[in-house]
Design a protein around this ligand. Sequence first.
Ligand code: ZN
Length: 488
Amino acid sequence: MAKVLIPTPLRQFTGKQDAVSVSGGTVGEVLAALITQFPDLRKQIFNDEGKLRSFVNVYLNDEDIRYLGKDGTAAKEDDTISLVPSIAGGSSVTAPPETDSLSKDEILRYSRHLIIPEVGVEGQQKLKAAKVLLVGAGGLGAPLGLYLAAAGIGKIGIVDFDVVDFTNLQRQVIHSTADVGRKKLDSAAEKMQGINPHMKIVKHETALASENALDIFKDYDLIVDGTDNFPTRYLVNDACVLLGKPNVYGSIFRFEGQSTVFAYNGGPCYRCLYPEPPPPGLVPSCAEGGVLGILPGIIGLVQATETVKLILGIGEPLVGRLLLYDALGMRFRELKLRKNLECPACGAHRTITKLIDYHQFCGVPHPSPEGAPAAQAQETTVNEGEIEVTEVKAMLDRGDPFLLIDVREPHEHRICNIPAAKLIPLGEVPQRLDELDKSADIVVHCKSGMRSAKACGILKQAGFRRVRNMKGGILAWSDRVDPSVPKY
Ligand code: ZN
């Protein structure tokens, strides 16, 4: 006898039983026996052709049977079979739509949705009843905000505390040139409300943190992760798992993007995929590594599509699948994602039962309270081994004997440089030590001070003693020494 776990919304068909023991040699036979015993279950699980409905997932123990070879999979004694419908009871991402009838204006506005049978009036009402939280109003948040507003999501919350700057405009198309210096929240909300005055926008002007995440998330059906740093990724994941809310994930770097839906209907979470973050500095951010401006549009709209599908309960959600996009090859691929039964967040023996300190977990410094960039925050104190840009300028003006090394990449050097500096990209520093005089005074700089700090570490390990890191990099040089040096 195998045990079949009946989810809450289907218990009305099993005489309120939450588990039923049924015999059968395969999962298919077990399900057949189950619907013989409870005939009303048939149309909930199978379509008219007798095939499993696309919105019902069947798990044998903890494995989705789609990975095990359909319903021919053998069911042994003591096996547990779980039926997991995608739009029902606790797993439904939207409230019942009856209360959200559409006005005449809305019917006109959404007419191209209403005439799709899979959406229709009922679907549009679901969208109107839905409450979606966007974490970040940047590259991914821009297309998400614009299209989800246009699609008629009833309430969209946005978490952001940043202001628009010129380097954002290449990809964050929700902000315009005139918005530079404004809060991203205000700029984004204005554009979204302009597209759709029927929706409600909630501005959460804060850095998402362990202290506030659960409180912010609890009012939303589904969370869309548009962040760009590891502490927030883990925070969003853990909060979603703890609250049982789907996490629509997207990430971008240079020409490549990823998307999937985590923590939905028993599917894997971010920690199933990456139990631990990479060591700090190993994976560069978009600010360090760059990103094709169009890329967040594509990945953000994959996230927007999944969001709308989850709300409508249609199609096959991107659950247990990691979609990979390569813009240069113009290819989409997908990888199977398995739920990790030992996952610390969602596994059987989970250890994460509350939110933790994610900056400590990821080994990165806490952001300054004002959200000020590191270069500005550093201006207040000079640490040992560091030197101010103004001091470097004075040394150059005096003709002091010292060596200035630029450890950025050649393509960055072409954007802007300090003429006196010698270019040795960080990756080449270990091989080119013999070009440098161990007894010389050395100052190292990069764009903002991170890579040059690493280079200083390498030099010191190699026996160089008089090595200093130019604080804030060439960005600080542009701010405080030579404004004609372009910032990037
Ligand atoms: Zn997990």
